[in-house]
Write a protein that binds this ligand. Structure first.
Ligand SMILES: O=CC(=O)O
Length: 253
C-alpha cells in the first residue's frame, strides 16, 4: 500500500510473472502539505522551540531563536512530478512575486509553466536554492544524489527537506556536513533505515527535524490508498489486469 515501489525487486517479479499494484495519485496533496510543513518547521526552528519550552530554556530575548523568512527566496524542487508540483504550488504564495521556483528532473509540463518555474541543471539548483525540496523517486539515478560534494556547494543557510526516500541522501555524508557546520536546517520525513535507531547520529543535531515517514498519513489519504490496494488485490485474485499496476514489463524474450 504505497505509491513508491523501490522496496520491491522488479526483476524477481518479472522472472516469476508476478503483477505489482501500487496506490498512485491519491497521496499527492497529503505529501505536498507535509513537505510545506517541514519547510516551515525547519525555517522557523520548531524542534528547537519545542525543546526549549520543554526543558525550561525559554529565553526572553528578541534576538533568540531567529528563523528564516520565505519571502523573496528561491525554492529548488528536485522532481517536479505530481508531488513536486503540488509542493511548489503551495510554496509559491510564501515566496511572493520576487521569489523564484527552480527545478531539476522529472516535470509535469503544464504545471511547470503555470507555476513560472524554471528548469535548471542540478548543480545550479543546489548552489542557488535557499530551500531545497526532494520530491523525486528513488532509482539508480537519484540514489545518494545528495552527498558530501553536493552539500559543500549548497548555501550555508539552506533549508533541505526530504519527503521522498531516505536513500536519495547519503546519510553519513549529511551527518559529516552538519558536524562541519554546513547547511541551515533540515527536515526529513524519510531516512535510512526506517525506523531510525533513536541513537542515530542524525538525531543529535538540533537543526535536523526527523519525523516517522508520515507524509501520506492522513485518514483521508490512507483510506483512499487502502481502497486502491483492495481493488488491486480483488482484480489480481480474479485474474484480471490490476487497475493500478506498476509497469513490470514481462517481456521475457
Ligand atoms: O512514501 C509513501 C508511498 O510511497 O506511498
Amino acid at each position: 500500500m504505497s505509491v513508491g515501489y523501490d522496496h520491491v525487486d522488479l526483476s524477481e517479479l518479472r522472472k516469476r510473472l508476478i503483477s505489482l499494484g501500487h496506490t498512485p495519485g491519491v497521496l499527492t496533496d497529503a505529501v505536498a502539505d507535509f513537505t510545506v510543513l517541514l519547510v516551515l518547521a525547519a525555517a522557523r526552528r520548531i524542534r528547537e522551540g519545542f525543546r526549549a519550552v520543554e526543558k525550561g530554556e525559554w529565553i526572553l530575548n528578541t534576538t533568540w531563536m531567529l528563523g528564516v523568512q520565505l519571502t523573496n527566496k528561491t525554492i529548488g524542487i528536485v522532481g517536479l512530478g505530481r508531488i513536486g508540483s503540488a509542493t511548489a504550488l503551495r510554496l509559491k504564495p510564501f515566496i511572493g512575486n520576487n521569489g523564484k521556483i527552480i527545478y531539476f528532473g522529472r516535470v509535469e509540463k503544464p504545471i511547470a509553466s503555470s507555476l513560472g518555474a524554471t528548469k535548471v541543471e542540478f548543480d545550479t539548483l543546489i548552489r542557488e536554492s535557499d530551500v531545497i525540496c526532494i520530491c523525486c523517486a528513488l532509482n539508480e539515478e537519484t540514489k545518494e544524489m545528495f552527498n558530501y560534494e553536493v552539500f559543500k556547494k549548497m548555501k550555508s543557510n539552506v533549508i533541505l527537506v526530504n519527503t521522498a526516500r531516505g536513500g536519495i541522501i547519503r546519510q553519513d555524508d549529511l551527518c559529516r556536513a552538519l558536524s562541519e557546520g554546513m547547511l541551515g536546517s533540515v527536515g526529513l520525513d524519510v531516512v535510512t533505515p526506517e525506523p531510525l535507531n533513536p541513537n542515530d547520529p542524525l538525531l543529535k543535531f538540533d537543526k535536523v527535524t526527523v519525523v516517522p515517514h508520515i507524509g501520506s498519513g492522513t485518514l483521508e489519504t490512507r483510506t483512499m490508498m487502502a481502497n486502491i490496494a483492495i481493488e488491486n488485490v480483488l482484480s489480481g485474485v480474479r485474474g484480471e489486469t490490476l487497475p493500478h499496476a506498476v509497469k513490470v514489463n514481462f517481456d521475457t524474450k
